[in-house]
Ligand binder design. Structure first.
Ligand SMILES: NC(=O)c1ccc[n+]([C@@H]2O[C@H](COP(=O)([O-])OP(=O)(O)OC[C@H]3O[C@@H](n4cnc5c(N)ncnc54)[C@H](OP(=O)(O)O)[C@@H]3O)[C@@H](O)[C@H]2O)c1
Length: 365
């Protein structure tokens, strides 16, 4: 199969997505190798943190070493220059008889930025930064880029709402607003992030499991973060479903400075609060320290609004069922603006269908 450079980079992006949920804190990366006649000869992605990088996995696919003579490598992120848990990809590629390396994004890691490209240029390879598909490339690496640029976890918020934006009836009932297909996709999305986060309100009302039951993530540590300023979950935690499906140390309960004894074995983190509302910067720092680099927020309006107010929502997954629920909880109640100009805007929105439900997803700025 012959591919154009654009097709090769698109394929590398799709390939990179396959590592979702397993590579943290590394980026998702995909690589494609074309022989000198632009025939596809290698395809690979970074599968797991600590394991081989995408370029190396693509090289492993090449059965005939002659295919590397004058070959063209397309990779979504600049090949790494440094020796970490794995050898430098730039050095590995530099030693091969390939002709060119085209990469999608410059690595924002100061240890690497520009250095991978330099190693390859010094070895006589043609090196180019791809100028097309920048939105798709940024999206593939969005968690890593956020971690590197702003030193905080990437925050994705999932909402299951009615057409009129309700996430629960006035009675608190919310199961189920969306259909089984939407909920199956949520199972997949939970696995793509380092932890699912919820608020004390949802924990006490719904007793949710919040783990991914998607077979793709079997065996993955299922971390959950519970925002509970006054520690009212402590008495119920050991009998909860959160507890029944994961190890206690994978339950992170964030409270204010209480001086209370938490249930044994859980990860209890105390952070500053003012009148029960957490200092959101302190929350982000505590989560990074706990090696939670990305969050999938599934919570009620209070929690979602506290992230919106702090402008900490990076990606929205808004599932909408074709139902009207009338009076009830809106997913943004608690979030107010004084002018339309301040409204967060969904960038690069995509619409998908799950049966009769819709999913709108995009980046929030
Ligand atoms: N359809 C959906 O997508 C969906 C998803 C999840 C939940 N729900 C529904 O939402 C309802 C619950 O909503 P809710 O707003 O009451 O609960 P919630 O947002 O899940 O939890 C709110 C509580 O969490 C704590 N909390 C959250 N963010 C905080 C922050 N930034 N600082 C300090 N504390 C924070 C506070 O605990 P304290 O009260 O101790 O101060 C707060 O009252 C339920 O009916 C549930 O079924 C719907």
């Amino acid at each position: 199969m012959t591919l154009s450079p654009l097709e090769a980079m698109k394929l590398a992006i799709e390939e990179g997505k396959k590592g979702a949920g397993f590579v943290s804190p590394n980026p998702l990366v995909g690589a494609v190798i074309l022989d000198r006649h632009y025939n596809l000869v290698g395809l690979g992605h970074h599968q797991r943190v600590g394991h081989a990088h995408a370029e190396v996995n693509a090289l492993k696919e090449i059965e005939n070493p002659g295919h590397l003579d004058g070959a063209h490598v397309f990779v979504t992120l600049e090949p790494c220059a440094h020796e970490g848990r794995t050898p430098s990809c730039a050095k590995t590629l530099a030693e091969l008889p390939i002709a060119s390396v085209t990469y999608g994004l410059k690595d924002p890691n100061p240890l690497v930025a520009g250095k991978g490209a330099q190693i390859l240029r010094e070895a006589g390879k043609t090196v180019a930064l791809f100028t097309d598909l920048q939105d798709e490339l940024e999206e593939l690496s969005e968690i890593f880029l956020m971690n590197m640029r702003f030193k905080r976890p990437f925050v994705a918020v999932k909402v299951a709402s009615s057409l009129d934006g309700r996430i629960a009836l006035g009675t608190g009932e919310s199961q189920w607003i969306t259909n089984e297909e939407s909920r199956a996709h949520v199972q997949y999305l939970r696995g793509c992030y380092d932890a699912v986060l919820t608020g004390a309100g949802t924990f006490l009302r719904d007793d949710p499991r919040l783990n991914s039951r998607d077979a793709h993530f079997t065996g993955k540590n299922q971390r959950v973060v519970l925002l509970d300023p006054s520690g009212k979950s402590f008495a119920k935690l050991e009998k909860s479903q959160l507890w029944s499906v994961r190890k206690p140390e994978d339950i992170f309960v964030i409270t204010g400075p209480l001086g209370l004894d938490a249930p044994e074995g859980i990860s209890h983190v105390e952070i500053p609060d003012a009148d029960g509302a957490f200092e959101m910067t302190a929350l982000m720092e505590a989560l990074m320290e706990a090696e939670i680099h990305s969050l999938f927020v599934e919570a009620g309006a209070y929690t979602v609004s506290s992230f919106l107010k702090a402008r900490l929502v990076d990606r929205l997954y808004l599932f909408q069922a074709p139902k009207i629920l009338g009076e009830g909880m809106s997913w943004t109640s608690g979030f107010t603006l004084s002018s339309i100009q301040q409204a967060p805007i969904l960038r690069h929105p995509r619409l998908e269908n799950f049966g009769d439900d819709f999913l709108v997803t995009g980046r929030l700025h």
